[in-house]
Write a protein that binds this ligand. Structure first.
Ligand SMILES: [Zn+2]
Ligand SMILES: [Zn+2]
Length: 112
């Protein structure tokens, strides 16, 4: 269960649809997709956060997760459980292309 989201920025950055959060097979696979970005390529992608090293599909460097910055500050978490709400905490996020805080996540719907 989770959200289908998409990252857009006024500079023209647009991600593919990202199927956020854990899948129904989470307890088998531990897979957990969250939006991440590559500052070198200026792209936003959905990546499996349970892996220790998530690569950019273009340059193969490590991507950064938007969630990482949030978890440090605010919310106390139960390890391993997805919390989908963190994207609501800020309206605008770091854009890997124009390097401003002008990226938004649009909700395209729910999936299960
Ligand atoms: Zn890259
Ligand atoms: Zn931008």
């Amino acid at each position: 269960m989770g959200n289908i989201i998409k990252a857009v920025c006024q500079c023209g950055v647009e991600s593919d649809e990202i199927y956020q959060a854990i899948g129904f097979r989470f307890y088998e696979t531990g897979t957990r997709t969250e939006p991440a970005y590559c500052d070198s390529c200026g792209i936003v992608v959905g990546r499996d956060m349970s892996k220790s090293f998530s690569k950019c599909p273009q340059c193969r460097r490590k991507v950064k997760f938007y969630k990482e910055g949030v978890e440090e500050n605010d919310v106390e978490k139960i390890p391993g459980l997805a919390t989908d709400d963190y994207l609501d905490e800020k309206e605008q996020w770091h854009c890997p292309r124009c390097k401003r805080e002008t990226l938004r996540f649009e909700s395209l719907g729910l999936w299960d």
